[in-house]
Design a protein around this ligand. Structure first.
Ligand code: ADP
Length: 350
């Protein structure tokens, strides 16, 4: 294969690839490598592009024909507006026409793998932390009940109440984690059944009204007079109940005392549901991050209200599965409006 055939072959690959001769000179850089290191790198010594001692050492070993043993894991980072991490592989080319074998160096972008690993380990650390605090509280109260408060019925009753709250916090956390994991597994599979959204919202309101009324809040629901077909979407009823349950429950939790929660539906191309509260509102810098797992604007307040920090992450996954969109509008000191857009059955092309 001549140089121009090699070039057209290597240009077709997305990974940056360099071909280096025995004197370490770059004799060919494919298009991706030129995009990364500049158009002028052919003819330069390899050490002018990747200044990485282990990469150079390994290259020298391979050039000397020493390719025995496992390939070392050589990783290097390119700085720039978006820092990118590459894994470098060096391999000798079988070559019968050249006097000395050439070496091919390929760079694989592993940034997304590292990011996923980081997210996974952050997630495990978060879950452990979230479970540890109620567990620590429970262990502490068990000690107290066995010792100091053993013969104090009043203290016992109070501590048992707290223990019940902590235990239910743990069980809510576990059920939210299970929901998230099921949703993540199914996210790419579209629901197949039909769901009537006003009916679902009415059921959510019926479930949550006692909780709202107990703290002096009222829920209003405005739905236009629509035939059943107009408000039908392709959707999973249980997931949609969970979606609106989480939004209305948040409006109750974070709304001002004795305030109103207004839920309304309108239809055009999509079916749009708005869950609006009169509450503390959310500052703009938090809005984009609300659907991250365990992201809370005020951790103390969320925990005091029994929050797990996973409600909106679940909401986001359900909306994604239904090919919908979440818009959050909020004014600090006035309140928030969580708007869910879902494709109506007539406009939906599964
Ligand atoms: P949590 O269990 O903490 O309520 P969510 O995922 O449901 O977790 O919400 C994440 C964070 O977003 C909450 O901790 C809260 O700070 C903020 N938030 C959610 N809904 C509202 C709302 N209606 N008004 C003000 N802040 C809200």
């Amino acid at each position: 294969m001549n140089l121009s055939e090699r070039r057209s072959l290597l240009d077709a690959l997305n990974e940056p690839i360099l071909l280096v001769d025995q004197s370490r000179e770059i004799i060919l850089a494919n298009r991706a490598a030129q995009d990364l290191f500049g158009r002028q790198i052919e003819g330069l010594d390899f050490s002018r592009t990747i200044r990485h001692p282990s990469a150079l050492q390994h290259l020298d070993r391979v050039l000397a024909g020493n390719t025995i043993g496992p390939e070392p894991n050589i990783v290097f980072q390119m700085s720039g507006p978006i820092p990118t991490t590459y894994k470098i592989s060096v391999s000798q080319l079988e070559n019968h026409t050249e006097p000395a074998p050439l070496v091919l160096i390929s760079l694989t972008d592993i940034s997304h793998i590292l990011e996923a690993e980081q997210m996974r380990s952050d997630f495990v650390a978060n879950v452990s932390h979230e479970l540890r605090s109620p567990l620590t509280a429970l262990t502490g109260f068990i000690e107290t009940l066995k010792g100091a408060a053993k013969d104090d019925p009043k203290a016992r009753a109070r501590f048992l109440d707290i223990m019940e709250r902590e235990a239910s916090r743990m069980s809510r956390l576990i059920s939210d984690l299970l929901s998230l994991s099921t949703l993540e597994t199914n996210e790419r599979i579209r629901p197949v059944s039909r769901a009537n959204v006003p009916e679902i919202i009415a059921r959510v309101i019926a479930t949550l009204s006692p909780q709202a009324e107990a703290i002096g809040k009222t829920i209003t629901f405005t739905a236009p007079d629509l035939s059943e077909a107009d408000c039908t979407i392709i959707g999973d009823e249980d997931e949609l109940i969970q979606l609106f349950h989480n939004l209305v429950e948040n409006a109750i939790k974070y709304g001002r005392a004795k305030s109103e929660i207004n839920i309304s539906i309108k239809t055009d191309k999509n079916l749009t549901v708005s869950v609006k509260d009169q509450g503390e509102g959310i500052a703009p810098e938090h809005i984009l991050r609300l659907t991250e797992r365990f992201y809370r604007v005020d951790s103390g307040r969320s925990r005091e209200k029994g929050g797990t920090g996973l409600g909106l992450a679940i909401v986001k996954h359900i909306i994604n599965r239904h090919r919908g969109k979440l818009i959050v509008e909020s004014v600090v000191g006035e309140g928030s409006n969580f708007i869910v857009q879902l494709p109506l059955i007539n406009n939906d092309t599964p």
